[in-house]
Write a protein that binds this ligand. Structure first.
Ligand code: ADP
Ligand code: LRH
Length: 480
């Protein structure tokens, strides 16, 4: 039996609209439309161009309409960001970017006011300065007073597509005000910050049918009779759903703008140790939990390349021809904001820590990749300790899984086998949840889903080469 679905995957660096055809046990993915994404700076703040993204989505849907016979469509995106709607359903202001300077100092203020213990025990979510909790604490009170509904970015697009206003569970958990254990908003956190919980729409599970495309969207795109079916709307949740793993003893790295390094657990692990390690417990499909940590990822290279303007494949090939050298702590807060001075930030770190200063784009890239691999290996060790679950294989998925050098460095630094692919895991996870929507929402057969991914993709294997192991520890304090 064949079914056809459309997935819209909005990543922080690019978006795509894809047509997925599930034919028996294999999924064929065709990317119909790809477009760049990024922050727009205005008056010292950073925003997403949400209407520009919507226009690209409509264009992609028009291309899909030309193929005909499509059952459903679903959207996923990066997490934590949202739009506020008034009582008429109109967007009140531009969607803020999670790297906006408006958040400087906010998390520190909220943590001091509510305590880490209160926030972490209610949510199990890592402290990151851009979590929705801190973004709402940074909202102007006038804006909050005028707001009627808060919709996370993919939920906002679903609202524009079909008129239904819900929050899909995986993205709800990224806010740091969702109680994963109880499966409801952590209202006590919102009350303590005077944020009205009435803004929050009901929670819905991945696989839920939200209804048909609105007539105006059907007219604009030519897509008729197409349902909107919720995928796991947090891109990382969709990507991890499509990790082509079997059995136990595996970890994943969703490698893109961020490197999301984690394991899947049947229940959240919320303990003093996970809080101390700042590990997160995010909701996956079918009641799974992702115990993971955000590592800064390819963001640093992306920002450098805004200046260099090189082809990624060429840049990484050049970096592979260079020996390992200096290391940075990629997770240091100084690498979080955007800026044309990113190459200089990497160089300044190396200079301040008495290491050789990388000069060329290839040298700087090599330094970042070595550092990311080292950091990922450290997180894998922590995950093993916290869970008591040995990790033998690391699955790398996402755009960064194309970087053979990085995959090998991760294998070397961690001493574990790496399996790379698929590049478009997020799209596959999104499409397969839609395609399996006959299965009850929130009850997908994850093992069956992963079998389809294995049977539909070529995977690449890397074995650790101990001779190239990185051993120099990277400590943030060395650069101060
Ligand atoms: P996101 O979803 O966060 O926007 P992706 O998963 O699309 O990120 O991954 C984007 C990254 O993939 C780029 O920053 C780049 O480092 C890497 N990449 C993209 N194209 C290539 C390529 N042809 N070869 C190697 N790496 C690539
Ligand atoms: C990756 C991602 C990640 C979040 C970050 C904001 O795209 O969704 O899981 O922490 O963006």
């Amino acid at each position: 039996m064949t079914s056809r679905h459309i997935a819209i995957d909005l990543g922080a660096s690019s978006g795509r609209v894809a047509l997925g055809t599930l034919d028996g046990g294999t999924l064929h993915v065709e990317i119909l439309h790809r477009f760049p994404n990024g922050g727009v700076p205005v008056r010292g703040r950073l925003y997403w161009d949400i209407l520009g993204l919507w226009r690209e989505v409509l264009h992609g849907l028009k291309l899909a309409a030309q193929r005909g016979d499509i059952a459903s469509v679903g959207v996923n995106s990066w997490a934590v960001d949202y739009g506020l709607l008034d009582e008429h359903g109109d967007l009140l202001n531009n969607v803020h970017h999670y790297r906006s300077a408006r958040l400087n100092g906010v998390m520190e203020r909220v943590r001091a006011e509510l305590t880490d213990e209160m926030i972490y025990s209610a949510t199990g979510i890592q402290f990151l300065p851009f979590n929705t909790l801190y973004q709402l604490a940074a909202e102007h009170p006038d804006h909050l007073a005028r707001a009627h509904t808060l919709l996370m970015v993919p939920d906002l697009l679903h609202f524009w597509l079909c008129g239904a206003a819900v929050t899909e569970r995986s993205n709800a958990s990224s806010t740091q005000f969702f109680d994963l254990v109880r499966g409801d908003w952590a209202r006590e956190l919102l009350d303590a910050l005077h944020i009205p919980a009435a803004l929050l729409p009901p929670i819905a599970q991945a696989g839920s049918d939200l209804g048909e495309l609105l007539p105006e969207v059907a007219d604009l795109t030519g897509l008729r009779g197409v349902r909107v079916v919720l995928p796991a709307t947090h891109d990382t949740a969709s990507a991890v759903a499509a990790v082509p793993a079997e059995g136990t003893n595996w970890a994943y790295i969703s490698s893109g703008t961020w490197s999301l390094v984690g394991i899947e657990t049947p229940q959240p692990i919320i303990s003093a140790r996970t809080r101390q390690e700042n590990l997160t417990n995010e909701a996956g499909i079918a009641g799974t939990t992702r115990l993971l940590k955000n590592v800064m990822g390819l963001w640093i290279v992306q920002q450098c390349n805004e200046v260099w303007k090189l082809e990624f494949a060429d840049l990484y090939a050049q970096a592979a021809g260079i020996a390992s050298g200096p290391l940075i702590d990629p997770d240091d807060a100084r690498f979080l904001p955007p800026g044309a001075d990113m190459p200089a930030r990497v160089q300044a770190w190396c200079r301040a820590t008495g290491q050789a200063v990388p000069q060329t784009p290839a040298e700087i890239t090599r330094c970042v990749l070595d550092s990311l691999a080292q950091r990922c290996a450290e997180v894998l060790t922590t995950l093993e300790e916290v869970s008591g679950q040995p990790i033998r294989v690391v699955h790398v998925v996402g755009g960064g899984s194309q970087i053979a050098l990085l995959n090998q460095l991760i294998a070397d630094a961690s001493g574990r086998a790496v399996v790379a692919g698929p590049v478009e895991a997020t799209l596959m996870g999104n499409l397969l949840v839609q395609a399996l929507s006959g299965q009850e929402a929130g009850q997908q057969d994850v093992a069956a889903l992963r079998r389809v991914v294995r049977d539909s993709n070529e995977l690449y294997h890397y074995t650790p080469q101990p001779s190239t192991n990185q051993t120099t520890p990277i400590k943030a304090s060395h650069a101060d």
